[in-house]
Design a protein around this ligand. Structure first.
Ligand code: FPP
Ligand code: K
Ligand code: ZN
Length: 492
């Protein structure tokens, strides 16, 4: 650690102690200028210096750098931030320290800055990063063999969120997933692997993103789903595997995007327990009885309910929205501004989607005004300052000390979209499931980009705004609409 870094860390420590102070620092560090962009008018922040110090060159005069203190940085929730020194407290402090230098713009990491002084969304490096992970991977990735469909989904969906054309992947994806489809229905993670709800969900989403759903055998898919539907109404992740809310959300997503009949196949074992439909006994969903509540499971529950019916009908029918909104809000962390999977745990960019999309879903379920349930500007700031990998590689990451990957890139972009755009449910739409025996409720979502005034508050430029993303299926809205039209005729 250099002495200038130590000084800065001391300053950040002081900053944490002294809440009201705006600190001016003398800046004498070297910075990587490889990504430095042109100075923007109106940007009060110093641009990264371009020359390394050298004994042969005259020493430049120290420049003044103004720390920018976002107003929520000291908004700690006293219930969770106490002085008891536990390992979790230590981990929280360590994470705050690694993020503060970026959040306060003390260190802009040499990134090109937008007109508000925040780093731009690095569209091209992130897209290059995602493209790289669709190609041949190094041997270290063999551990991901059972998750190949997830890699396809994260990368292709992520590219589409960045407005990249993904049609070039259509034929490649179809030929790659064809052997993963089992004769008895569904998709495994790799060749010869059993069908699994998560792999099938990821495969169906990736195929939807490229418009390649024709490769799916809908009839065997329907029969296979009948083998994972349980007597108590839930779904197992695979035959003989665990039953939890992920299974229900994955299964209902597959059924809806493929427009499968809701009627259980004749040989489904749940029929012996008196069930006749895939939706029977589904509702009142928790992560699973006696499991700790978690942001990712909350998303699965809310999204699943939003498939069963319009969110303003199905969500209040089964859940206490006030309690849920309060719990979700308590997962937004300070000083970072991102979300944790559960209160008092570490911020992680993937929860920008799992929790951020929960807000999009409950906002649609609440009547009247719903602004201010969560701090969108804080999430955007976390993602742009702490979530972006610097250097030519690109990609987005859990937190600054983590490496970027496809999962965090895809879900960071989705979270960014939840903060930047508006999503609402169109209850007047003519796409209803009345009498059709099919699930069409989730096809009535509408979205629009945030207004110029809203982008101003979020401190983003137009070019930093991510595509409109379906809050239930986590795909571009138009890809979901194309899937609906593909199987509109019904049948099997
Ligand atoms: C806790 O891990 C994480 C979980 C209990 C569930 C994670 C599930 C998902 C991210 C997605 C599930 C959704 C589908 C559609 C399959 P941890 O203790 O390492 O993390 P934490 O400290 O952040 O809670
Ligand atoms: K985690
Ligand atoms: Zn994560």
């Amino acid at each position: 650690m250099t002495s200038s870094q130590e000084n800065e860390d001391d300053t950040l420590d002081e900053l944490l102690k002294d809440k009201a102070r705006i600190v001016e620092l003398s800046d004498d560090e070297d910075e990587d200028d490889s990504m430095a962009g042109p100075p923007f008018p109106g940007n009060h922040l110093k641009q990264p210096r371009r020359k390394r110090k050298s004994k042969l060159q005259p020493q430049p005069q120290p420049q003044r750098k103004v720390l920018e203190i976002p107003p929520w940085i000291f908004d700690t929730n006293e219930l969770f931030h106490n002085d008891v020194k536990t390992p979790s407290r230590h981990a929280l402090d360590k994470t705050a320290a690694e993020c503060l230098r970026f959040l306060t713009l003390l260190d802009t990491q040499g990134l090109p800055l937008n007109s508000h002084g925040l780093p731009h969304l690095r569209r091209k490096p992130h897209a290059d990063f995602l493209r790289f992970f669709i190609g041949p991977l190094q041997t270290g990735f063999t551990a991901m063999d059972a998750s190949r469909p997830w890699l396809f989904y994260w990368c292709i969906a992520g590219l589409s969120f960045l407005d990249q054309d993904v049609s070039e992947y259509k034929e490649r994806l179809i030929e790659t997933v064809r052997p993963l489809q089992n004769p008895a229905g569904g998709f495994g993670g790799g060749h010869g692997q059993y069908s699994h709800c998560a792999c099938t969900y990821a495969t169906v989403l990736a195929l939807t993103a490229v418009g390649g759903l024709e490769v799916v055998d809908r009839k065997t898919m329907w029969q296979w789903l009948g083998t994972v539907k349980q007597d108590d109404g839930g779904f197992r992740m695979a035959v003989g595997a665990e039953e939890d809310i992920r299974g229900a959300y994955c299964a209902m997503t597959i059924i809806t995007l493929l427009n499968l009949p809701l009627e259980l196949p004749p040989d489904a074992s749940a029929r012996k327990a008196g069930l006749t439909s895939f939706t029977d006994k589904l509702g009142g969903i928790g992560g699973g009885p006696s499991n700790e509540v978690h942001g990712a499971y909350a998303f699965c529950a809310l999204a699943c309910l939003s498939i069963l019916d319009a969110p303003h009908i199905s969500i209040p029918k089964y859940l206490d929205i006030d309690a849920l909104a309060r719990w979700l809000a308590s997962t937004q962390t300070t000083p970072e501004g991102g979300f944790a999977g559960r209160p008092n745990k570490l911020v992680d960019a993937c929860y920008s989607h799992w929790v951020g999309a929960c807000f999009a879903l409950i906002e649609a379920a609440l009547p009247g005004t719903k602004d201010g349930l969560w701090n969108k500007a804080a999430l955007v700031r976390y993602l742009l300052t702490c979530g972006q990998q610097t250097g030519p590689q690109g990609g987005m990451r859990d937190k600054p000390s983590a490496r970027p990957d496809g999962y965090h890139t895809c879900y960071s972009l989705s979270g960014l979209s939840a903060a930047q755009n508006h999503y609402w449910y169109d209850s007047e739409s003519s796409t209803t499931d009345a009498g059709s025996g099919r699930l069409l409720a989730a096809f009535n979502w509408q979205a629009k980009r945030g207004t110029a005034e809203e982008l101003e508050v979020l401190k983003v430029d137009e070019e930093d705004v991510v595509a409109l993303i379906h809050p239930v299926f986590v795909l571009r809205l138009e890809a979901v609409e194309a899937a609906r039209q593909t199987f509109e005729a019904g049948g099997l």
